[in-house]
Design a protein. Structure first.
Length: 252
């Protein structure tokens, strides 16, 4: 694995079009067409989830790139027609089609690709090894970073960690969720999806809990970039949690 170095902590949410954010996170009267522009001014990263449901056009990726400021980073959720199959290694042609659909139009704003497996997908060492081998390290001269989000307890084993480390794929750390929380450094970056925001907390998490997550992110950043997303939970609170964590990190 490449030598680790201190990195940046990118904090955000999944997606940017969510009706309950209008009038709470988004100012009243803001048009939907400007929601990404607004969100990217308050957060430092967003996980694109529309790519999970279908291929996007190159012009769409370019539009997203142009709507966000310099230094902003997108993670991209890989399509479900690749990851939601019994045999992952059978998806070679679908992987190629997705990677050539225009993701490189994000330019320097392209962060990791999150390959989220179905919750019922169990660990199969041979299948996972073959799948990871299908994920290219670069495309058209641009380095690609891959993260694998596993959601079945059978993946919580040394053999899976070793495979991920061999291919320099990050294992997505699931925080405050029912999915296994696998904390293992397997790539030159870290990827977290934290799912425990509560509607009863004005900022999604109490201050002490946000501070603990901030400390964890800072520890991980000693070994490379960190991509930290508030996902699920009380989704209406996620942007507020992200902004609060960014404020804490700035003060720290």
């Amino acid at each position: 694995m490449a030598r680790l170095k201190a990195g940046k902590i990118h904090v955000g949410v999944g997606g940017w079009n969510f009706a309950p954010w209008r009038g709470t996170f988004y100012p009243k009267g803001l048009t939907q067409a400007r929601e990404l522009e607004y969100a990217s001014g308050k957060l430092t990263s967003i996980e694109i989830n529309s790519t999970f449901y279908g291929l996007q056009k190159p012009a769409t990726f370019k539009k997203w790139h142009d709507a966000t400021p310099d230094g902003f980073v997108f993670s991209v959720k890989a399509p479900r027609f690749v990851t939601n199959r019994s045999r992952l290694a059978s998806g070679a042609s679908s992987i190629k089609r997705f990677l050539e659909s225009g993701v490189l139009e994000l330019g320097a704003k392209l962060g990791p690709i999150n390959w989220q497996l179905a919750p019922e997908k169990e660990f199969d060492a041979a299948d996972v090894a073959e799948f990871l081998a299908l994920l290219p390290r670069e495309l058209d001269g641009r380095t690609l970073r891959h993260a694998l989000e596993v959601r079945h307890g059978t993946f919580d084993c040394e053999q899976f960690v070793a495979l991920a480390r061999e291919h320099e794929a990050a294992i997505v750390e699931a925080g405050d969720s029912d999915y296994p929380r696998i904390q293992a450094r397997t790539a030159p970056f870290s990827y977290l999806r934290v799912m425990g925001t509560k509607a009863s907390a004005p900022k999604g998490y109490p201050p002490a809990a946000l501070a603990r997550w901030g400390e964890h992110a800072q520890t991980l950043a000693r070994g490379g970039d960190v991509f930290f997303y508030f996902i699920s939970g009380a989704k209406e609170r996620n942007p507020l949690a992200a902004m609060a964590l960014l404020a804490d990190l700035a003060e720290g």
